[in-house]
Design a binder for this molecule. Structure first.
Ligand code: SF4
Ligand code: SF4
Length: 345
């Protein structure tokens, strides 16, 4: 990895160089009931729109590589022939400007299953390959437990990662494109003082974590506690609304629907992200629902994240961003659920 340092005013120039592509970044979308800003990722047309000091976005950036709804293919049928049209829905390269470490790590986890597994998803890969990612450091919010999940810093999956040193940014460079870009702005090698400040800033971040999850032997604990009454207690509270999966940066479950026009001349195949907490998630042909209870659906979401995915990829499918708990109307949070299953109320 190569490190550089540049003055904060150079960032606008960096944005300008990248803005020949579509730029997506954190922007203010409104205020919550306490008057605090609500942030989300959106297309940015002007550097001034970027809210790089954002706390956390309500939704994760996944929708730009894994849209909630996507047409996979369309069909035109006539008496003589039929045609299939596949569009990977990849347009211009996309720049993510200001992604936190947890969200970069979330994309790395999605890669494991959607890009590097036995059956890669070409729709995801097409968009993923076209990304340029500028990461930025953050200050943990009360709901963040990324440190417990080992995702509080990113060591791959980005082109450039910036840490605020006060009047300057400390830049970690991981790609040749990022290196070339930094050559077009005024930057220098970090001095001994810059390195000391960088270490101070990164270790200072650790003092802000308040939420934690005990992940030691968690897969074994989950095997042992499959019948724990804690699952029923959380299931009683769960509204089966699916909000948790909606905001989660790593939930990727989906359903596919096929629609045929009444005149039988056109058809389409569409994909929509689903949530394993929704009542019809496990409903199969014939009407049987093999997870009819909210408790079993909630339990399986936790088992996928912290048990099944670990067995398949040796890491959890949760980055500890805390978005699911923050958005849940029933106040169901992973630190509390996991603590209760462990028997720690
Ligand atoms: S855990 Fe919360 S957000 Fe998720 S489905 Fe249940 S009520 Fe909705
Ligand atoms: S399960 Fe919750 S805390 Fe974990 S990555 Fe998803 S939204 Fe974030």
């Amino acid at each position: 990895m190569i490190f550089k340092v540049f003055k904060k005013q150079e960032l606008a120039r960096l944005h300008e160089l990248l803005a020949v592509n579509i730029v997506v970044g954190p922007v203010v979308k409104g205020k919550d009931r306490n008057g605090k800003p609500l942030y989300d990722f959106d297309v940015v047309y002007d550097f001034g729109e970027l809210a790089l000091d954002y706390t956390q976005t309500v939704h994760s950036p996944k929708r730009f590589v894994l849209p909630y709804h996507e047409t996979l293919s369309t069909f035109a049928v006539s008496r003589e022939s039929w045609e299939k049209h596949v569009d990977l829905n990849v347009y211009r390269p996309l720049v993510f400007f200001g992604m936190h470490a947890c969200d970069i790590n979330a994309l790395n986890k999605l890669d494991l299953v959607l890009a590097q597994s036995t059956y890669p998803n070409p729709y995801y890969m097409g968009k993923r390959k076209n990304l340029f990612i500028v990461g930025i450091d953050c200050k943990p919010e009360p709901q963040c437990f990324c440190r417990s999940m080992g995702t509080d810093s990113a060591i791959h999956g980005f082109d450039l990662f910036l840490t605020d040193l006060g009047g300057r940014y400390f830049a970690e460079i991981l790609s040749a494109t990022a290196f070339d870009l930094l050559n077009q702005i005024k930057c220098t090698d970090p001095s001994a003082k810059d390195l000391a400040t960088y270490k101070q800033v990164t270790s200072g971040k650790n003092k802000h974590y308040t939420a934690t999850v005990d992940t030691s032997d968690l897969t074994k604990i989950l095997d042992l506690e499959f019948e724990s009454p804690a699952w029923d207690a959380w299931g009683e509270k769960c509204l089966s609304c699916g909000t948790c999966a909606n905001v989660c940066p790593t939930c990727y479950c989906y359903g596919v629907e096929e629609h045929v026009d009444l005149d039988l001349t056109h058809a389409s195949k569409t994909k929509s992200l689903h949530s394993c907490n929704l009542i019809d998630f496990a409903k199969v042909a014939g009407g049987h629902n093999f997870r009819p209870k909210s408790a079993s659906r909630l339990k399986y979401r936790y088992y996928h994240k912290h048990r099944g995915f670990v067995e398949a990829f040796e890491e959890s499918l949760c980055v500890g961003c805390g978005r699911c708990g923050a958005a849940c109307l029933a106040d169901i949070t992973p630190p509390e659920v996991i603590a209760s299953v462990r028997g720690k109320e």
